[in-house]
Each structure stands twice: as C-alpha cells, then as structure tokens.
Design a protein around this ligand. Sequence first.
Ligand code: GDP
Ligand code: ZN
Length: 288
Amino acid sequence: MNFEGTIVAAHGRQYRVELADGETLLCFPRGKKSELACGDHVSVQRSGDAVGVISSVAPRSTLLYRSNLFKQKLIAANVTQIIVVVATEPSFSDELVTRCIVAAESQDMKALIILNKCDLSDRVAPAIPTLAPFEKLGYTVLRLSAHADADALLPYLSGQTSVLVGQSGMGKSTLTNALVPDANAPTREISEALDSGKHTTTHATLYRLDANSALIDSPGLQEFGLLHLSPKAIEHGFLELRPLLGQCRFRNCCHDREPNCAVHAAVKSGDIDPRRYAAFRSLCTEVG
Ligand code: GDP
Ligand code: ZN
C-alpha cells in the first residue's frame, strides 16, 4: 500500500517522510540514484516499523539547487520563498546574496533578506550600504536579532513554504529555534563547545509553522554555483536588467564590452550598481 507524504529531512540517502497523519517514517529511495530534496512530495511503501521505501516523487512546483562542474546539490523542493540570512558579523558576501536571489528569481520564488544580529548595534551601520542595492531593487531587508526577537519575520512566513539559506555562522539555526520552539536546531556554540562539526546543520529540515506555512533550515553554504542556469535565466534573475533587455545594439549582447550596450550605459550612469554588475558578469563567465 502506498502512502503520500512530504520529505521533512534529507540526510544523504536517508529521508524522513511525514505522512498525512503526522507519523514520520525513515525512508530510502528505491533504486541507486537518489535525487530528492526536503519539501518533496513522495509516495512511500512501508517496509517495517517506522521505515519505508520511496517509490515515486510528485512533480515539483519549484526546485532550488546549486551546481558546479563536479556536482549538483538539491537544497529544497516546492518552496515559495527564499530567505537569505546575512549578519552584521561575521562579514558576508554580497555576491552570494545575489546568487541566492538569482536562483530564486529563476524559479519565480519570492526573495527576502534578513540582516541578523542587529543587537550588535555598532556593527549595523557598516552592513547597510552593502544591502542598499537590494533594497533599491525592492527586496525587503529585515533587520532583526534572532537572539532578541524574531517576530518581525512572522508576517512574511504566513502562507509560504520558506527556506533559510546563507553562509554558516549567520544565525539560521538560531532563527529557526526562535521561530519553532521545539526545533532544537543545533547552533554553533554547541559545536564549538564539543569541538566537532557534528552539531552544525548538516542537512535540510522542514518545520511546520501552521497548516499553511512551513520553514526549511538548510546547511550553510560558502558558494552557490548556478551552472545549470541558461544565460537568459541569469539575465532574468537580475531585476534591474529586465527593462534593458533587447535595447543593446547586438541582439546576442553579453553586456561585457560590446559597443552600444544598454546595460553598460546603465552601469556608467549609476543606474545599475557596479557590484551587482560584477556579480552578473561573474555568473555569465561561469555558465559561459
Ligand atoms: P548558522 O550557521 O547560520 O545556523 O548560525 P547559528 O545559528 O549556529 O549562529 C552562529 C552564531 O551566531 C552563534 O554563536 C549564535 O549564538 C550567534 N547568533 C545568532 N543569532 C544572533 C543574534 O541575533 N545576535 C548575536 N549577537 N548573535 C547571534
Ligand atoms: Zn548589452
């Protein structure tokens, strides 16, 4: 007999699947190759007490993943919103933020940025200019402190399946614990105390917030390869480029050094932020 369920934890080839009645089964995929992600809707067959085999996966509304020349890594399936978590310290990469957002735009997901650790008040001001280009484009940048109060995030989570992404150390797990009281997501202090990597987030976990909202905590990432995206998808991922597309002299303009390039002109006039443009070029070179 088949049961329908949702993958609520993805750990290597082991998946925890939550069935409609709330029961969870530890499941393995049928066959060798497993390309499943947290958030996937699957059919499972029981193979014993609290264990099962995943027999099929339903078509996904969205799939967030990263890829480079060597591997591709699924992050989450069927999410509607990506929440990029950065912090006042340690310093973060704005190019990584852009890459997360491009991944989101390529799947028509909403994107939201959190500047965490705003309780470190003297560290807030230096982080603001780095995030200003994103705010100017219309992305919400929520300033909060997961230690103090994460409630400002609640209205944005309502009705969404959101995934928290970002470099490790930014406070994703602390945020998860603040929002989901019984999550017990391992945070950095614990791992430092035990001096092992075991207690940081190593796999994605889905938490139910209410009947219509869920939150997925994902492992920290230092890079976000987007080799799977087409040059068109990358252009589309930059909101500020969209109105300019088709206005360059050459139809196949790469917006690099071509003459009469509308994008270049916008960078020159200050309409496009130079760091966003640099991130765009870096992505173009990567998929080039
Ligand atoms: P993750 O790797 O993104 O999951 O980050 P963690 O949640 O493990 O947090 C990394 C470190 O930042 C831990 O020492 C947390 O206690 C600390 N941290 C998280 N949120 C805040 C915050 O709002 N303020 C301050 N001051 N520290 C925080
Ligand atoms: Zn151009």
